[in-house]
Design a protein. Structure first.
Length: 168
């Protein structure tokens, strides 16, 4: 008899279901703002937390409280997302702020390359070409160097420079 009474007093039984919560207009607004997947995950996470912390005799949270907690969770996640900031640190290439800012022309040029391109295919022969040919051409023209290569980090640049110097 005691087990039956404990089951009846279990506040987790009174928690709103996920499907019931998804019918709420506030939740529908959250879906518009975030996404159905994100809202669904937040609701499930909030309900899981309540299920693990509610004790016999405690009062179950109402729908409004559950929705508010899910919304707070989504706002917290959003606060951690990338956003525009002003680099007022005095450090030009700040690793914590995304390093160097690309000029608008560069961003537009990259956006124009959102499909397949001939990066490493010789269009005349159809065979594998040089990936570095255009950057090498431009850099040798600008600097007067015999050859050039672009790498994406300092370690690569140092390794290439040391390798080139060590050969002579």
């Amino acid at each position: 008899m005691k087990n039956l009474q404990n089951k009846n007093n279990d506040p987790r039984r009174n928690l709103a279901s996920v499907s019931r919560l998804l019918e709420e207009s506030d939740v529908q607004d959250m879906i518009e703002e975030f996404s159905r997947t994100a809202v669904l995950e937040a609701i499930q996470e909030v309900l899981d937390r309540y299920r693990s912390h509610l004790k016999t005799g405690e009062t179950s949270p109402g729908i409004g409280e559950i929705v508010t907690k899910a919304h707070e969770m989504l706002r917290g996640i959003e606060a951690e997302s990338l956003r525009h900031v002003v680099n007022a640190t005095g450090i030009i290439l700040h690793t914590g702020l995304g390093r160097a800012v690309l000029p608008r022309r560069a961003v537009d040029a990259l956006a124009g390359q959102s499909r397949c391109c001939n990066m490493q295919i010789d269009l005349e022969t159809g065979k594998r070409g040089k990936r570095n040919c255009m950057t090498e051409y431009l850099l040798t023209k600008i600097t007067g160097a015999e050859a050039a290569m672009v790498v994406n980090n300092n370690a690569s640049a140092v390794l290439l420079a040391l390798t080139a110097l060590a050969k002579k």
